[in-house]
Design a protein around this ligand. Structure first.
Ligand code: ADP
Length: 266
């Protein structure tokens, strides 16, 4: 805490009083620390794929280019790294839009059962590949809700893609929707995958926080999926939380205040 005293001058009267201002510098310092850590993380996340690409390019230049099979493999690795960098930069741009509140929420009438079916459809290839089953359960009475469809699709995609990434073959995923007591729309994405150790739960929504960096990278993760999901839900005025049990599975629950559609009876 920093205390700043400012004298009050009145014309002709000299100093007539003092204003004491208390600045919470710890909060400012924390913000500054978080910003520094974020920049260091971004630099590191970009340097890793760039270093990999540099060494593959050098290997090609040193002769691997003459061996078509080898060259083909190296180009494949470099493509993967490039795609991950593009994903990372897109995620960063998305986060910075959410931070600057430029990402206005534009709510459109959305049929919740259709929205959930469509998420499952988008992932049908990956689900089939790992033979993971998916179950969708929508409580009766939930039909059309006003929400920013693109943004909520992004939240669902991030959660379902995590559920698939961190669930072994032949596992199962469930997506459930219901209304809470406050009449909010609550959506749960649950898996029976590898789970998250208790010690990591407190930081799991932090930018770039991962339980296992190498595993996340191998899976093509950027470490930003959950933080983006949280920012979008916050922008909707909602809440998001995650429960998990190591080797049992993970459940992410988010709830959104429901805005009534124009003309709808209250
Ligand atoms: P990533 O791109 O690494 O998946 P996220 O922000 O989406 O980044 O998730 C952060 C970390 O949380 C992941 O690296 C992983 O360790 C953990 N995690 C997220 N979802 C799950 C899940 N369904 N099961 C197990 N671990 C998860």
């Amino acid at each position: 805490l920093r205390v700043v005293f400012t004298p009050i001058h009145r014309r002709g009267e000299g100093i007539s009083g003092t204003i004491a201002m208390l600045h919470d510098i710890t909060e400012q310092e924390q913000l500054e620390d978080a910003r520094r850590e974020f920049v260091a993380n971004v630099s590191h996340e970009l340097r890793t794929p760039l270093t990999t690409m540099k060494s593959y390019l050098e290997a090609l230049d040193d002769g691997a280019i003459e061996d078509p099979a080898l060259a083909h493999r190296f180009v494949g690795v470099m493509r993967n790294e490039t795609e991950r960098m593009i994903r990372l930069v897109n995620d960063l741009l998305h986060l910075s839009r959410l931070d600057s509140r430029k990402a206005l929420i534009s709510r459109v009438p959305t049929h919740v059962p259709d929205m959930l079916e469509e998420v499952a459809d988008r992932f049908s290839f990956q689900l089939d590949q790992k033979e993971i089953s998916i179950e969708i359960e929508v409580a009766s009475g939930i039909q059309e809700v006003m929400l920013d469809r693109d943004q909520i699709d992004q939240v669902l995609d991030n959660l379902v893609s995590n559920a698939i990434k961190y669930t072994p073959e032949e596992g199962s995923i469930a997506i459930r929707a219901r209304k809470t007591e406050k009449e909010w729309l609550e959506i749960v994405v649950q898996d029976n995958g590898i789970g998250i150790p208790r010690k990591d739960l407190a930081r799991i929504f932090d930018r770039f926080y991962r339980v296992d960096k190498a595993r996340s990278r191998n899976m093509g993760g950027t470490g930003l999926g959950l933080s983006i999901a949280r920012e979008i839900v916050k922008a909707h005025g909602g809440t998001i939380s995650l429960d998990s049990e190591l080797n049992q599975g993970t459940r992410v629950t988010f709830a959104l205040p429901v805005h009534r559609m124009e003309g709808e009876a209250v």
